[in-house]
Design a protein around this ligand. Structure first.
Ligand SMILES: Nc1ncnc2c1ncn2[C@@H]1O[C@H](COP(=O)(O)OP(=O)(O)OP(=O)(O)O)[C@@H](O)[C@H]1O
Length: 223
């Protein structure tokens, strides 16, 4: 579905090295790695937001719809949730059902800044889903949420993944536990410049424990 042939990205100094990988429909990838290593940089490159990375470096993206949940909600603050969803193509009915799907039924007329952090993130997730994405990119979706809200959002995302078996997902996280719930594949980004050190399929449940155990042994994020 998507082939990465990213030659690298530097910001005055090298951040990303070469990244080669393929992503198939239904892949659920958790992207782990130390803070500041380049995970968001890689996600931006995959999404096509980084114009320094040529389009040819991400083969197949032109045929895909991509939904990107940023760390901040990035909804238009002067528009209601309904209007934000309609702006990306949702009909009245779709906007209503998307808000219901993320637990925000009845909040369509609210402005984004009238919502709590967790609610705003769910509204942003609804906007991602409004584009009917083939590839869902999540950048630390549980960051800054209290454990209850984070748990609810994790359950919500797991349910969405179950109901969209052909959608692929890449989720940046610092928590290996997220991989156990959400992923069938684990990417680990490290090095200077950063490269994918591991790209393992987690299809066998036992493998998840093994990989997370390796993370713990190395005292890396995910422990
Ligand atoms: N627009 C930019 N200009 C200059 N440097 C940047 C820019 N974007 C990212 N960087 C640098 O690139 C490196 C990687 O940043 P990035 O946000 O991709 O890391 P990350 O792995 O997502 O970090 P974290 O886990 O803390 O969110 C950092 O050193 C950062 O300062």
């Amino acid at each position: 579905m998507l082939e990465l042939r990213i030659a690298g990205r530097d910001f005055g100094q090298p951040v990303l090295g070469e990244v080669f990988a393929t992503i198939e429909r239904g892949d659920r990838i958790c992207l782990l790695g130390p803070s500041g290593i380049g995970k968001t940089t890689l996600l931006n490159a995959i999404a096509g937001l980084d114009k320094s990375v040529p389009d040819e470096a991400v083969i197949g993206r032109d045929k895909l719809r991509v939904g990107y949940l940023f760390q901040e909600h990035r909804l238009l603050p002067w528009r209601s949730l309904d209007a934000n969803l309609k702006l990306v193509g949702a009909s009245d009915q779709e906007a209503e059902s998307l808000l219901e799907q993320v637990g925000l039924s009845g909040y369509g007329h609210y402005l984004p800044d009238q919502l709590s952090l967790g609610m705003a993130r769910r509204a942003a997730l609804a906007r991602c889903l409004a584009v009917k994405p083939d590839l869902l990119l999540l950048d630390e979706p549980f960051a800054s949420l209290d454990p209850v809200m984070a748990g609810e959002l994790k359950t919500l995302i797991a349910g969405i993944l179950d109901s969209c078996p052909k959608m692929a997902m890449i989720c940046v996280t610092h928590d290996g536990g997220d991989a156990e719930i959400l992923a069938n594949r684990l990417w680990y980004l490290d090095g200077k410049p950063a490269r994918l050190q591991w790209d393992d399929a987690l299809a066998e449940p036992g493998l998840v424990d093994g990989l997370l155990g390796r993370l713990r042994d190395l005292a890396l994020p995910g422990s």
